[in-house]
Design a protein around this ligand. Structure first.
Ligand SMILES: CN1c2c(nc(N)[nH]c2=O)NC[C@@H]1CNc1ccc(C(=O)N[C@@H](CCC(=O)N[C@@H](CCC(=O)N[C@@H](CCC(=O)O)C(=O)O)C(=O)O)C(=O)O)cc1
Ligand SMILES: N[C@@H](CCS)C(=O)O
Ligand SMILES: [Zn+2]
Length: 773
């Protein structure tokens, strides 16, 4: 029996990579210093996993930005707009990588970034590969080989990890019509085979090929691509292939998967425990296939239940023998924080909750312990670990911290009326317009203004006790007032308070709700250098005090213009937290919905006329397999409606979504019945609006007119053109003008410049409007 890991968090246990990358972008450290940070993190992670006793340690799971972007560079899939940077400017590799991820606006160049989207149902975002009909691939970058050699030099039993060729193609986008990206496989495979051959020559024995698209519903054509790819790879290399998919069952792809000529097949037994039985029921016993049992949850932070996992391992061992069974986390540990040992402050994370948790480092230890226990090893340490595990799990199940009878009774009593606004949208729209008196193409922003280092440092100093509550509040009040004054001067129609008091749009709410716990250092990569610290929902959720009234009311008191109350919606809070696994997610979501509903009605009572309930994660929460969509959408949409429906017709409810495709769920988005929805649109050049147009989406829409992920300032003309595109498919009276998303990651200079142009764009649109609108 062997142990292995699919991937380790790469940001560093103290977010060293984030800090170094941002310093490099600011010109404060050299490329060489950034490279050194990368090697330190890799070595630290490798050594830690080796020392824990892991048989195979992943390499090439490190990335300076994103593993899909790395694969674009590995295969030479570099969009044409970056070619001048390579040829004319001879840009070093690391700068080319960052230019593709973040855009490049210097030395006379103005090149947009590649699109970014959600990695399956996680809060990680990857860079979307771009393919053309005449796409050529070459082995452009040998990072995978270099990192394998580096690991070998350090005596690490390394296993290179690559994104598999078929998933790489499927995760990308065709940038022109007339071909399907899967048909590029023939051209792509030689590049993979070349690299695999070089890895083999360098001494690699196993290589892990991640094909997470095998967890999706595939067409026959796509499924055949897997067969072709793996037969071709088998025929050209002797490397032992570990095929890994995760986050879901293989489902109807399983028969194809079981016929692929690979040596090890990884199973995510946390998301799909039933597939072990399904596989053992086939004639797999007669093959030599090794099963990698992903029994330790790579997506959540709960301690493993050793008794349950051991039962699964024993079942597999009894049918296939121990030498055909490996133990692993269910997926890469990229999605969990690095190390629970860093949580030393008992005021932040109480020992009562802490004892139920395991982060990446502890999960590696769990994998090793499970192997030892499953192999029948016994010694005092091992016995103590087993006892401690049983104890922690049983005391969590029985804990009084978890259950709140009043919350359970309230969720049980919810009726359809609680999830329905008083009147239909057309009536509400008139009543809201009477109150708000907005012009056509009203302008607004999505909520956050720049969270500058200064603002974050006030919070850090306040938390350390270096600033008093009063001093901190005064600073936040000053920043909020300045933002209100600036929005008034700029002529924005619906203002926001700026979210300066928030560390994060989910953590901030979690901190004020019952049933949530927090960490000091539980960072997880969200994209590039950006990280989030998801709260832990361990018990029934309730709101005991208002959460946003103070700062929203303060901002509203400064102006006669409407200030939008800003809340995070129940599905997003659920999706971006570590969620309890002892009750259905739908139940937890409904509890959060009731807490948000109370906040919404309190905002209305405080005189707030427009309230935004952000739901950027509603699409990401969609199950990967279509057969499970309906059940999810039913409860997720209902949760939003419960949160929103407690207000009068006159109160305008907005929602906001980013990083989402809507085509296949537009009916459900409409069912949410928000008065206004603002969506990210600009990177896709308003393509996303087609779904709204095709559906004749009835309520108002604010398609984002500029990309907030890049410091690039868009011109007024660009924004007018985008809105013209929107006007071509939707009635002008339905349209708002706003950026793609919040501006917290931007600096003030570019924010001011872009918003002034955005307001000018709206003014121009109003002037050019036909009179009969
Ligand atoms: C909208 N997005 C979000 C997602 N998920 C969330 N949970 N939140 C989101 O907003 N998913 C989809 C997208 C992803 N986009 C982003 C965008 C930006 C960030 C981001 O900026 N993250 C910050 C961390 C934010 C935070 O929690 N800040 C805290 C702590 C600040 C800190 O680092 N403090 C330092 C000390 C600082 C000092 O001394 O000056 C420390 O603790 O060491 C805060 O403001 O208080 C990031 O830096 O990456 C994430 C996702
Ligand atoms: N209100 C949030 C939404 C981000 S998705 C913000 O503006 O940052
Ligand atoms: Zn957003």
């Amino acid at each position: 029996m062997q142990t292995h890991n699919l991937g380790y968090p790469r940001i560093g246990s103290h977010r060293e990579l984030k800090k170094a990358s941002e310093q490099y972008w600011a010109g404060k450290i050299t490329a060489q210093q950034l490279m050194q940070t990368g090697s330190h993190i890799r070595l630290y992670n490798w050594q830690l996993q080796k020392d824990a006793g892991l048989d195979l340690v992943p390499c090439n799971d490190f990335s300076f930005y994103d593993q899909v972007l790395d694969t674009c560079l590995m295969t030479g899939a570099i969009p044409v707009r970056y070619h001048d940077l390579m040829q004319e400017k001879q840009l070093p590799y690391i700068d080319l990588l960052f230019a593709m991820a973040r855009g490049y606006q210097q030395n006379g160049f103005d090149i947009t970034a590649m699109e970014m989207t959600k990695w399956f149902d996680t809060n990680y975002h990857y860079i979307v590969p771009e393919f053309t009909a005449g796409q050529q691939f070459t082995l452009f970058n040998l990072k995978a080989l270099h990192e394998f050699n580096e690991a070998k030099r350090h005596g690490i039993p390394a296993k290179p990890v690559l994104l598999g060729p078929v998933s790489f193609l499927l995760l990308g986008k065709e940038k022109e019509e007339g071909f399907h990206r899967i048909d590029l496989l023939n051209k792509l495979l030689p590049v993979y085979i070349d690299l695999l051959t070089q890895l083999e020559e360098a001494g690699a024995y196993y290589v892990q090929l991640d094909e997470p698209c095998l967890s999706l519903n595939l067409s026959d054509h796509e499924r055949q691509a897997f067969t072709k790819a793996y037969q071709e790879i088998r025929s050209k290399t002797q490397l032992k292939i570990i095929l890994a998919s995760y986050f879901e069952c293989y489902g109807e792809n399983l028969p194809t998967v079981l016929r692929l000529p690979v040596q090890v097949l990884h199973l995510d037994l946390v998301r799909c425990p039933s597939q072990l039985e399904d596989i053992l029921d086939t004639d797999i016993a007669r093959s030599k296939l090794i099963l990698s049992l992903g029994v330790v949850d790579g997506r959540n932070i709960w301690k493993n239940n050793f008794e349950t996992s051991l039962a699964v391992i024993h079942q597999a061992v009894s049918r296939l023998g121990a030498d055909r069974i490996w133990i692993a986390p269910s997926c890469s540990l990229l999605h969990v924080p690095c190390d629970l040992a860093l949580e030393t402050n008992e005021q932040v994370l109480t020992p009562a909750v802490r004892q139920w948790l395991a982060f990446a480092r502890q999960k590696i230890e769990e994998v090793i312990t499970l192997k030892q226990l499953a192999s029948g090893e016994t010694d005092d340490t091992l016995n103590a670990r087993l006892r401690e595990n049983i104890q922690a799990n049983s005391n969590r199940a029985a804990s009084l911290l978890i259950h709140n009878a009043a919350v359970k009774a309230r969720t049980a009593a919810i009726t359809d009326k609680d999830a329905t606004r008083n009147s239909v949208f057309s009536i509400r729209k008139k009543r809201q317009q009477d109150v708000l008196q907005l012009p056509l193409f009203p302008t607004t922003t999505i909520g956050s203004f720049p969270q500058t280092t200064e603002v974050r440092s006030w919070r850090a100093r306040w938390k350390k006790g270096e600033l008093t509550q009063q001093q901190y509040d005064d600073l936040i009040a000053g920043e909020t007032e300045a933002s209100i004054r600036w929005q008034e001067e700029t002529g924005i129609d619906v203002l926001v308070h700026g979210e300066f008091e928030r560390n994060d749009m989910v953590e901030y709410f979690g901190e004020q709700l019952e049933g949530f716990a927090f960490t000091q250092n539980g960072w997880v990569q969200s994209y590039g250098s950006r990280c989030v610290k998801p709260p832990v929902i361990y018990g029934d959720v309730s709101r005991t005090t208002p959460m946003t009234i103070r700062w929203t009311s303060y901002a509203q008191s400064l102006t006669h213009m409407p200030v939008k109350g800003m809340l995070t919606g129940p599905v997003t809070i659920l999706q971006w937290s570590f969620v309890r696994n002892d009750q259905p997610r739908s139940e937890t979501c409904t509890q959060i919905a009731l807490a948000i509903r109370d906040e919404v009605t309190d905002l209305e009572k405080a005189g707030i006329r427009v309230i935004q309930i952000d739901e950027p994660a509603i699409r990401e929460g969609l199950p990967l397999r279509k057969e499970n969509w309906k059940a999810y959408l039913d409860w997720a949409v209902r949760a939003f409606r419960i949160a929103a429906a407690g207000v009068k017709d006159e109160t305008q409810i907005h929602t906001h979504m980013c990083y989402s495709e809507f085509n296949d769920i537009i009916r459900h988005i409409a069912d949410m019945d928000a008065d206004v929805i603002t969506i990210e649109c600009s990177r896709s050049q308003m393509e996303l609006l087609d779904a709204f147009a095709a559906f004749s989406y009835p309520n108002d829409i604010g398609p984002g007119v500029y990309d907030i992920h890049s410091p690039r300032v868009p011109s007024r003309q660009e924004m007018v053109q985008l809105m013209e595109k929107a006007r071509a498919v939707l009635p002008a009276a339905q349209l708002w003008v706003n950026p793609d998303c919040g501006l917290k990651t931007r600096g003030w200079n570019e924010t001011r410049a872009a918003l002034v142009e955005m307001v000018n764009a709206a003014k121009e649109l109003r002037q050019t409007l036909p009179v009969n609108i």
